[in-house]
Every structure is written in structure tokens, then in C-alpha cells.
Design a protein around this ligand. Sequence first.
Ligand SMILES: [Zn+2]
Length: 225
Amino acid sequence: MTEDSGSQLGDFIKGRMLFIEDYCLNHGLNFKDTIYSIEEEMMKKADSAEKKEFLKNRVFHGVILSTSILPNWVDKAFLEAMVAVLKGPGAPLYTTTSRISCISFEAGRFNAKRQADTIFKILYQNKKPADWLKTGFPGLYRKCYGDLAGSNLKMTERNPGNWEIVTDNTHLEKASRIDCSTVIGYLFGSLEKLGAKHVVINHSSCKAEAPVGQKLCVFEITFDS
Ligand SMILES: [Zn+2]
């Protein structure tokens, strides 16, 4: 997969919308007004007529299917706008540990739980946390990040309940600390969903935004299963 071809992100974007709906419900906010503010914020930040057109006609006023292929810039722009609208300007866009939450982390966590019950149910059903890390997560990762990143993904079980994951973001347009925060949230939500206890995920080294060289990111996971 090349960096401009986009990924099968339709269901992830649908998940962002549902996350916002859930967030509004829990925080006494009006969903329609909030979505409108997020759309305005994204339109303001979009740096080309093409992007504005795409947001208007596809993301906010079109039909997104779970299988829709969307360009990779959409999710990052969406998350940034969500933070600005839900948390106010200057709120943290990313985290490096599951111990400190942020919007991108919560959005990833929410989506993991939702997808575990719907589109990716088969990857979660009757799986122990370690099984899911071994086979479920790599399949999901490949779907979302493409074949090249998928084959460079390294999953190491050091001890029971102690894993190291290394992602290679070198050729990924969407690589960013925000995106890494959604990965932390996704792993966290999935492991919670699978019944793991005391889950801690630390993103111990992040090269997602490194200007040169290999963009390797290291995630350390511990849990009791
Ligand atoms: Zn990272």
C-alpha cells in the first residue's frame, strides 16, 4: 500500500462519530451542535479546496460505509478537531501512557470495544488476551495500516502478561503521536474487553514524527489475565 492510496477507515470514522455521540450524552452536550462545530473546525484547518470538498461531501454530508476507503489525513484532522471542540484549544492531543487519558486515547478505546462487538467480532470471540495479541491485533493492524506496515509489525511475548509491540511507521502518511495515542487506546480497550485486568500500556519510544530514518514505535503492555 502506498501512502496516498488511503485505507479501509470507513468503520473507524463511523466509530469516531459514535464516540462523539457517546461523549455528548455523558457530558450533557448537544450532539448536532457539537458535530457542526467539529465540521467547522475541520473546514477551517483543511489546507486545500480538494480536502474541503471531501469533508463536506463525503465525511459530513455523505454516506460512509464500514468498507469505505478514506484518505489517511482524515482521521488525524478529525481527532484534532474533536480535541479542540470537546476540550478547548490547547488541550493535549496525545498521551504516551494508558495511565493518562486524552481524547485520542478514549476514541481508540471506544472503537475497540464497539468493533469487538460488531465488524471484528470474529477476531475477539472466545479469545484470551494473549491469543488476541498473537493473531487478532496483527490482522486488524494490517487492515488499517496496509500490508507493508502489517508485515513489519513485531509482537513479542516476553512473559505471560508482558508484551512488547514495535510498529514501523516509516511509510505511513498518518503516522503521528495522535495516531499512536489511538493505538494505545485501541489496545487498552481490546484487552479490557477480553477480560484482562490491571492493563497498563506505555508508549516507551515514539519515532512517529521523526523527520528522517526509520519511524519505529515501541509499546510495552502488562496485564493480568
Ligand atoms: Zn509512536
